[in-house]
Design a protein around this ligand. Sequence first.
Ligand code: IMP
Ligand code: MG
Length: 183
Amino acid sequence: MDLAAISNDIEKIVVSEEQIQNRLKEMAAQVLKDYEGRDLILVGVLKGAIMAMADFSRHLQRHIDMDWMAVSSYGSGTKSSGVVRILKDLDRDITGRNVLIIEDIVDSGLTLSWLKTNLESRGVGSVEILSILRKPDAAKVEVDVKYVGFDIPKDFVIGYGLDFDEKYRNLPFIAVLAKHMYE
Ligand code: IMP
Ligand code: MG
């Protein structure tokens, strides 16, 4: 995308395209090691995780399964409430499988903590989480994110899968949305 076309919409870039790709490579190396000799299914959370799933999975030089879930957190505006509804469930049974959830961001952590518990209740072998981003608030709820790309400040961010009103998901980097866009 032409940066000039959106330069007024963003305050600053917080994670560059190169930083994202390098970190994904590092995390993939760790995951390859951790799951050596074990089955692995990646479960992406739509829609935010599409970029992370596409890039991360291509660094895994091994067999993996890929599946997707779509969930919606009820809540007012930008705050999630922890009440989660499944909009699209997994296509396949995951009994006995090792699941790695792929997420874009852990904010309050409410969505992920619900999702992890939900998947764990299906008789899986294991459930772990990989998230590209984590905000400080995530520390408040008990959700153990095993693989974290970057810890970032509280600001609302866009890009690399993350949207504001469904836009900006296609940016190859992560940026802070300019305040005048939503205030
Ligand atoms: P949580 O339940 O508060 O952790 O909410 C997580 C979800 O809220 C993420 O999967 C995102 O879809 C959305 N979200 C949280 N923070 C941001 C942000 O800064 N930009 C865009 N979406 C966000
Ligand atoms: Mg969203």
